[in-house]
Design a protein around this ligand. Sequence first.
Ligand code: 8GT
Ligand code: MG
Length: 307
Amino acid sequence: MHPLQVAVGVVKNPEGKILISYRHAALHQGGLWEFPGGKIEPSETAEAALARELKEELNIDVVSAVPLITIRHRYPDRFVQLNVFLVEQFSEEAESCEGQPFKWVAPYELDQYEFPSANRPIIAAAKLPPYYAILDDSAPDLLLPNLQKILNRGIKLIQARLKKLSPAAVATFIEQAYPLCQRHQAVLLMNSAVDCPAAVDGIHLTSRDLMMLTERPENCRWLAASCHNLEQLQQAQNIGVDFAVLAPVLPTQTHPGATTLGWEQFADLVAQVNLPVYALGGMTEASLDRVRLRGGQGIAAIRAFLD
Ligand SMILES: Nc1nc2c([nH]c(=O)n2[C@@H]2O[C@H](COP(=O)(O)OP(=O)(O)OP(=O)(O)O)[C@@H](O)[C@H]2O)c(=O)[nH]1
Ligand SMILES: [Mg+2]
């Protein structure tokens, strides 16, 4: 059976607030909050349906929209494919054209509202930025200067991958790095290969650690995972990981000679899971459009944010 095709907009205003509206109790999945949107007509593209629905429901004119995530979800009574777009450029003030209550909320406030169950990865995608910097310890003296460089560039999501440092050096790093990240409103995750001695924002699982888990660890605000194939992506989805990094997409200096997925396989794998997925391997900041067209959340990189 083919899924019902739906176009959905994560509409973000210049202050970074996101529009949510309340689904009338009589509708499918009614009595819950949603991102605006609706069914795609047979003759329409997803983008055209998005523009039409946002105009009909909120009198918003979409100026530009980029693909954010695609979700396939089976409700007991309906199979849906939600084609979700990020809309940061639009004109006109939003107004309630169908009598539905709506609100602008900060991304972190989204957790306080009840959405249909298909929406969990959409909420993660709405909160996550387009770039994910991986800070590695190949040159331990450069850790803090490199972190500063990344933060100055405006990167809001960072993984510390400290496989060489002693436990004491890791602890010292966190003591210095975490307050710095917080001042820049950036999220800091620690790679699971190293025991994390202090509180940070979450854990980035190595693919090995991912495959050993049977459920999501408790008390973990953000949980990410490194994946290289479909089995690992599905495991990430099954244990409730918030987002994945899929690698290596293109050849990279860090892993010379490694077999790469290529763009086609990247797109094919991403389409098979309901997860925000960052592309890693041979990426530059300029690869963002290519990743988004292939269903990815954004770019993960070690060196690209340091040049
Ligand atoms: N718009 C929207 N639909 C969602 C979300 N999450 C989700 O599961 N859906 C499902 O996707 C489908 C969208 O249909 P809709 O009711 O918005 O469609 P529509 O605007 O064309 O409505 P209409 O048929 O009442 O005119 C519904 O089955 C709904 O349950 C979401 O965040 N936004
Ligand atoms: Mg609708």
